[in-house]
Design a protein around this ligand. Structure first.
Ligand SMILES: *Cc1c(COP(=O)(O)O)cnc(C)c1O
Length: 373
């Protein structure tokens, strides 16, 4: 691909910190970079505690397991998300309950949540989709009313702001991913942020085989979800430049938007007046009637031209793995989810990585506009 969809940008102290970890022989899951990464990223989010772990998926699991969510419980998630949202609910033994999303923010539609709450509902896991925050005040008001736990999925939204506050500080906890294509990366990595000390301590215990005192006497089912000091060395360096990376993603989005906003048949990403999106991925919707091509054709042609893109997420209610399953934990896939279906049918994202230059963006737009009929 001439222009990749997203590549890591290692332009800070990554190399120095990794070499220091190597030179001092601290390469496993204990070391100063773990705590340095946790403290620095948590402070960036505006909370007291960060619990680093092996990836964003295990971060979601830790955040649920630490609240004893399990068999018989229900957890509300958006229908439009990465399947990790549903899978990590299922792994606990609980059942994901799907809610359609808002057509503009692409985040969980807060007007459709209450009708899905039952006496089994224990938690809501909103996803800040493609860097745009979910409407958290409405979600936290429901959580208060029904006594529910809320874990933000901030995997795509490092540095995103909601009414002036950063994602990661808006609920009881928040899970982040530091995978290679995320705004901040450790190669593979995750973290849960929270202001709740008891919750943070429990997650630290669970991520480490639920070791307590005495060490080999266990009171909980734990996991090995530890991050290494080597990965955390990269994470600390990345966190030191978190705001610059969030700002750069906004600049890239602004460039795309200025070139695409008036093109008939293309809908550019939305930003609510209460939001400061970080546009993790610059997603567009293609109106086939106006643009003269389907999304699928556009994606194929761009690929041929060396422009790497990705489809929008495939809705959870359509996932083959969840159809006609007799597993009681699988989500109910009946019912209508018109918005997430529409987004999948018409949406994809353009290259959005931090390494993009303005000339890359111009090339992408030129290749895209060539396809209009
Ligand atoms: C990337 C991502 C995850 C999973 O993170 P990994 O580090 O890849 O395990 C979870 N949720 C969302 C919304 C994501 O985009």
């Amino acid at each position: 691909m001439k222009i990749p969809v997203s590549e890591p940008l290692l332009d800070g102290n990554e190399r120095e910190y990794v070499l220091d970890a190597l030179d001092t022989n601290w390469i496993s899951s204990v070391g100063k970079y773990i705590t340095g990464f946790e403290d620095t990223f948590a402070a960036y989010c505006g909370v007291k505690y960060g619990v680093a772990c092996s990836n964003g998926t295990t971060a979601l699991h830790l955040a649920l397991a630490a609240k004893d969510i399990g068999y018989g419980d229900e957890v509300i998630i958006p229908d439009f998300t990465l399947i990790a949202s549903a899978n990590m609910v299922i792994i606990t033994g609980a059942k994901p309950v799907l809610v359609d999303v808002d057509p503009q923010t692409m985040c969980i539609d807060v007007n459709l949540i209450e009708e899905k709450i039952t006496e089994r509902t224990k938690a809501i896991m909103p996803v800040h989709m493609y860097g745009h925050p979910a409407d958290m005040d409405a979600i936290m008001a429901l959580a208060e009313k029904y006594n529910l736990y809320v874990c933000e999925d901030g995997a795509e939204a490092h540095g995103t702001e909601y009414k002036g506050r950063k994602v990661g500080s808006l609920a009881h906890s928040a899970a982040f991913s530091f995978y290679g294509n995320k705004t901040l990366t450790t190669g593979e990595g995750g973290m849960v942020t929270t202001d709740d000390k008891e919750l943070a301590d429990k997650m630290k215990m669970l991520r480490n085989q639920a070791f307590e005192h005495p060490r080999f006497v266990h009171h909980h089912v734990g996991f090995n979800y530890r991050l290494t000091n080597l990965q955390a060395a990269i994470g600390l360096a990345q966190s030191e430049k978190a705001q610059a990376k969030a700002d750069r993603r906004r600049e890239i989005a602004a460039m795309y938007t200025s070139l695409l906003k008036d093109v008939p048949g293309i809908t550019v990403p939305y930003e609510a007046e209460w939001a400061k999106s970080t546009f993790w991925m610059y997603g567009v919707l293609i109106d086939q009637a106006q643009f003269g091509r389907s999304k699928q054709e556009v994606v194929e042609e761009l690929t041929k031209a060396g422009v790497d893109t990705r489809d929008f997420f495939y809705p959870m209610h359509k996932q083959p793995v969840f159809q006609n399953g007799n597993d009681p934990r699988y989500p109910d896939t009946n019912g209508a989810y018109p918005v997430s279906s529409y987004l999948y049918d018409n949406g994809f994202y353009l290259p959005s990585g931090l390494g993009l230059t303005s000339s890359d963006i111009e090339i992408v737009v030129e290749e895209l506009l060539k396809l209009r009929r």
